[in-house]
Design a protein around this ligand. Structure first.
Ligand code: ATP
Length: 557
């Protein structure tokens, strides 16, 4: 026990010193930290590996790879679309050729789709039919790996690079088990309706929370969309509570603060919950969320492997829950947390499934390499290698502070980018950058946490539908935001570390599309870019923007 508290204290001290930007209020809040020692213990205890295990593969779990008849042997996705439409259009002799759907001019990395069809992954028939209606037929690699694992009730950490489809990787096996699209079993009667929330999905920002809600609504369809309820901060709480009472949702998606708040008020009952998903888990583990996350982990179902006999009173009615942790970047704290919150959890990546207990403990701050080319026997490396889509191109450009906005403008022109996200570290200068861009005739808008809910959602909507060309934002937009058209990310300020770089950069190049990431820095900051390059394991080339073109320069030694 002493050891545990010692760990918690050490963790607190380290955080207190490293997060000075949170100021005195943060230091004061540390006093309350021991209340949540359990939460931190989960992330801080260092367990020794218990059994040396060989990596599992999807096929070793009984899912035989089969070739989709409508699909090329090389797994080409775009060709599949063309083959499908041609097959569906039978032209009677003598009739005019009907309109043919043109091949879309989007370049997609085909390696993402080297997996099976959704139909082969053991999902319910109703869900597969729904996916077909939505034109979703081919799973990405991480979906092929994660869906069978989650369906087999494993606790899991799902790690795959940004934009590789992790949201559906966890949503599909859940919707195959609960709600109107689930597989009806002999034991189920058509009228059987389990009351109460069966899945809780937690995300660190309103925007990401709402994006997940929209994805669930899309899958459920208009008639059943009330079965998912958003519980995000900033929205009207009493309306959310009323909706919980009236609609009896089976899935709730929200931010930690709002979920914990409504749960503490006794308005959200999650003891019967079967699934707990923490999206962007490494961020949710941060100190700011500790109390809310502690409540959620304690009140959502019963963690797997806990004996019901050991739980007294109303908690005895708890259902065993499955915990799924998701992110492109998985520091070792997430592995520790997964080991403590679940039973025999596995690490699922695009092409491998590894029992977490087989991973050795790395040094402080280390991250799991997401690279599937890495040796399975040494999956832990001290870098964020593999958290970025391979289709991205990375550059840096040296510019004086006062010329940065002009460099951004020239960069957008040189790369002919239409949908651009420019990141800065602080909120205050965002407005000024927007003003300067607009003065130069570029449609731009700011997005940050100090704006109201309506302003945030309106700006995002306008950016998504192309009314705004450059979104000037801070870390708020770095996680999970899915704007498939985004073709350029610019760092107007250096990200604080390689994890922040990876999530910012990952807003472009979604699902195998091409994308550029340009970091604009001052001369004395170049060494930081070189360090990021080493940590990320990607080429970040020096460049200039002259005569409307991007020119790669020679790097000074
Ligand atoms: N199998 C699929 N076929 C076609 N489109 C897909 C498929 N899976 C996911 N998508 C789309 O790909 C995009 C990226 O997916 P998603 O947002 O889940 O990525 P992610 O891995 O969670 O990214 P991040 O790490 O940035 O959160 C979304 O627009 C999603 O609708």
């Amino acid at each position: 026990m002493e050891l545990v508290i010692g760990h918690a204290h050490r963790g607190l001290l380290a955080l207190a010193s490293s997060r000075s930007f949170l100021g005195n209020r943060f230091a004061l809040r540390c006093v309350f930290a021991l209340r949540t020692a359990g939460f931190h213990r989960a992330a801080c205890i260092n367990r020794r590996p218990e059994s040396p295990s060989t990596p599992l593969t999807v096929s070793s779990l009984g899912f035989k790879p089969e070739i989709d008849p409508g699909r090329k042997q090389d797994g080409s996705f775009l060709d599949l679309v063309v083959i499908k439409s041609a097959a569906a259009t039978k032209i009677p002799p003598g009739k005019a050729k009907p309109f043919e759907r043109k091949k879309k001019k989007i370049e997609i990395d085909e390696s993402l789709f080297s997996a099976k069809s959704f139909a082969e992954l053991g999902l319910s028939r109703l869900l597969i039919a729904r996916l077909n209606e939505l034109d979703l037929t081919v799973p990405t690699d991480v979906q092929s790996a994660a869906i069978p694992i989650i369906a087999q009730k494993h606790d899991a950490v799902v790690q795959s690079y940004t934009g590789s489809g992790k949201t559906l990787a966890y949503l599909l096996p859940i919707l195959s088990e609960i709600g109107p699209l689930k597989e009806l079993r002999d034991s189920d009667t058509a009228l059987e309706q389990k009351s109460g929330v069966e899945a809780v999905i937690v995300a660190p920002s309103r925007e990401l929370g709402m994006q997940i809600v929209r994805e669930v609504e899309r899958l459920l369809g208009p008639a059943d969309k009330k079965l998912v309820q958003q519980l995000v901060g900033g929205a009207n709480r009493s309306r959310q509570e009323e909706a919980l009472k009236k609609n009896k949702p089976i899935i709730v998606v929200g931010t930690p603060g709002r979920i914990a708040e409504i749960s503490a008020a006794g308005k959200l009952h999650t003891h019967g919950c079967r699934f707990l998903v923490l999206d962007e888990v490494d961020q949710l583990l941060s100190f700011n969320y500790r109390e809310d996350m502690h409540r959620i982990l304690e009140h959502v179902g019963r963690k797997t492997g806990t004996k019901p006999s050991g739980i007294m009173g109303p908690l005895a009615r708890r259902t065993e829950r499955q915990t799924v942790l998701v992110s492109a970047t998985v520091p070792f704290s997430v592995v520790r947390a997964a080991r403590n919150w679940g039973r025999d959890p596995v690490l699922v990546r695009a092409k491998s499934v590894v029992p977490l207990d087989s991973l050795p403990a790395p040094g402080p701050g280390a991250l799991l390499s997401n690279s599937d080319t890495a040796s399975p026997s040494s999956p832990v490396t001290p870098v964020t290698a593999g958290s970025l889509p391979p289709s991205l191109k990375h550059y840096y450009c040296v510019s004086k502070m006062q010329h940065k906005v002009d460099t951004l403008r020239r960069c957008v022109h040189a790369l002919d980018a239409n949908t651009v996200i420019a990141f800065m570290n602080n909120t205050k200068p965002l407005k000024d950058v927007v003003f300067k861009l607009e003065a130069r005739g570029m449609k731009a808008a700011e997005l940050h946490g100090d704006l109201g809910k309506l302003a945030r959602s309106t700006t995002l909507k306008k950016f998504k539908n192309g009314e705004i060309r450059i979104l000037v934002t801070n870390e708020l937009s770095a996680r999970g935001l899915d704007v498939p058209e985004c073709d350029l990310v610019v760092n107007l300020d250096l990200p604080t570390d390689s994890i922040h770089y990876a999530h910012r950069a990952g807003r472009t190049g979604r699902l195998g599309r091409k994308g550029n990431v340009v970091t604009v820095c001052e001369e004395p900051e170049v060494f930081v870019v070189k360090k990021l390059r080493r940590h990320l394991g990607v080429e970040i080339q020096p460049c200039e923007f002259t005569e409307g073109k991007l020119t790669v320069c020679k790097e000074e030694a």
